[in-house]
Design a protein. Structure first.
Length: 250
């Protein structure tokens, strides 16, 4: 039983550490965005970006699939970055035309004479700025580039991160485990306090008996009777809390 309790305590401690790490990662990725919240999450110069479509699906080493988590390099806002054809960049465009700019990670298809970029997903037939494209993007300026991708990714993790960032995911993966942890810790504190109180009472009883004028045999008997009474009290309490036995049917 003691071994089980130790294993349980260790498991709970490990779980809460993992929850805290995920919570910190999620909060930092949400609040530490570049360009006043209009950029990308910035974790020590790295931007974790979830892939929402298969526009860059392919057989090249730097291709990626829907649901992947890209580890991009955040663009230096103070540098005059120059990108070339073939670079994979992250920028914002209103893809679904809902008035909100979405993060897009595509390859530079062409560098225009004015220094702007035309982009394309490797899995798309047309480039993003093609007038015949389903969704036409505007030309991308160097200042529009938020991050660059160089092949670092975690397959499938983007979907999990998006779920954790959602209200339901935050509750299930972060808030609920935290609530369970605090309840468990409260129970542990109460149980330890009760055990300490019981042990303190036993020591006080033994000290009182030891300082009395009883013979050694009488002292041992008094201690035995005290321990027996404590055991009987515990058994009585456990019996009172146990559910009543159901009568057996003949």
């Amino acid at each position: 039983m003691k071994t089980f309790k130790k294993v349980l305590n260790v498991a709970v401690d490990v779980l809460i550490i993992l929850v805290l790490i995920v919570s910190a990662f999620t909060l930092i990725s949400v609040f530490s965005t570049t360009k006043g919240g209009e950029g990308v999450p910035n974790l020590f110069g790295k931007a974790p970006i979830s892939v929402l479509t298969d526009s860059m699906k392919g057989d090249k080493p730097d291709n990626f699939n829907k649901g992947d988590l890209l580890i991009c390099d955040v663009a230096d806002e103070n540098a005059n970055n120059k990108y070339k054809e073939g670079d994979i960049i992250t920028f914002r465009q209103d893809v679904d035309k809902d008035g909100n700019a979405d993060l897009v990670t595509h390859r530079i298809y062409k560098v225009n004479e004015d220094g702007t970029y035309q982009t394309r997903g490797d899995n798309n037939v047309t480039y993003d700025q093609d007038p015949s494209a389903t969704v036409v993007f505007s030309d991308i300026y160097p200042d529009d580039v938020l991050a660059t991708y160089h092949g670092q990714k975690i397959s499938g993790m983007g979907t999990a991160l998006d779920f954790i960032r959602s209200p339901m995911g935050f509750f299930v993966c972060i808030l609920l485990p935290m609530i369970i942890f605090f309840i468990y810790q409260a129970v542990r504190v109460i149980a330890n306090a009760m055990a300490y109180s019981k042990e303190k009472g036993r020591l006080q009883a033994e000290e009182a008996i030891a300082n009395s004028d009883l013979t050694e045999e009488q002292k041992q008997q008094a201690i035995a009777e005290y321990l027996a009474s404590q055991k009987a009290e515990v058994e009585k309490k456990a019996s009172a809390e146990a559910p009543p036995e159901q009568p057996k049917e003949d």
